[in-house]
Design a protein around this ligand. Sequence first.
Ligand code: PLP
Length: 254
Amino acid sequence: MTDPQRAGELSERLSAVRQRIDQAVQASGRTDKPQLIVVTKYFPASDLRILAALGVTDMGESRDQEAAVKAQELADLGVRWHFIGQLQSNKARSVVCYAHAVHSVDRVPLVAALGKALANRRTAPAPDADSTDPATSLACFVQVDLSTGDSRAATISGHQRGGAAPSDVVDLGRLVDATEGLSLAGVMAVAPLGRDPSVAFGELAKISATLSREFPAATGISAGMSGDLEAAVAAGATHLRIGSQVLGERPPLR
Ligand SMILES: *Cc1c(COP(=O)(O)O)cnc(C)c1O
């Protein structure tokens, strides 16, 4: 049932991205390799099956409704689901049922909602609990808003990407760390429109260093998309979120 033409296309595109990552790692002189998360939002489950067969183990989604359906339908693939989009607190209960990690933790009420959702899930497993196993702990990246001045205006007039102010990151990290069921993985950011991604990711690296001084396990840096993965790798990204370069241009939102 797999469309062989689509499978060939995805295989080629994925290889090209893996090559790009390898080259970026080499150029940066790093000895570790970042984790590739293929961002599959808006693409059909059939594409995700092809990607899993090509060795993709980590997939990123940005809308709960869509992600929940895919996670259930594709439970047999055993992939790790990364929630990367803006998350409303009332979706926490759903997200903790399938997500391995949430990359968009950016405010106090959301931390509380995720903690509460996990606690409820432990005491009262969902009736359809066969869908996915409850995570033993949910990895949380604190999302940082790196926009300044003009780029902040561009973000607000364009679409709101979310993120905590850099000065709030450590406090949010403390709260995540203190919340049962949540494990503090590190920081996440999207390079703001109108800013040089190298400069923005350099700032993110500094924020990461500050956070991991207090929380030595929280060394994760989720940064880098199709257009700026080289800059992210150079700045020490540990998790890359790549969508269009692997899957092609996203279909319009329905
Ligand atoms: C869609 C999305 C990506 C992937 O972007 P591409 O440019 O398609 O690689 C990465 N991160 C976030 C937060 C996204 O929403």
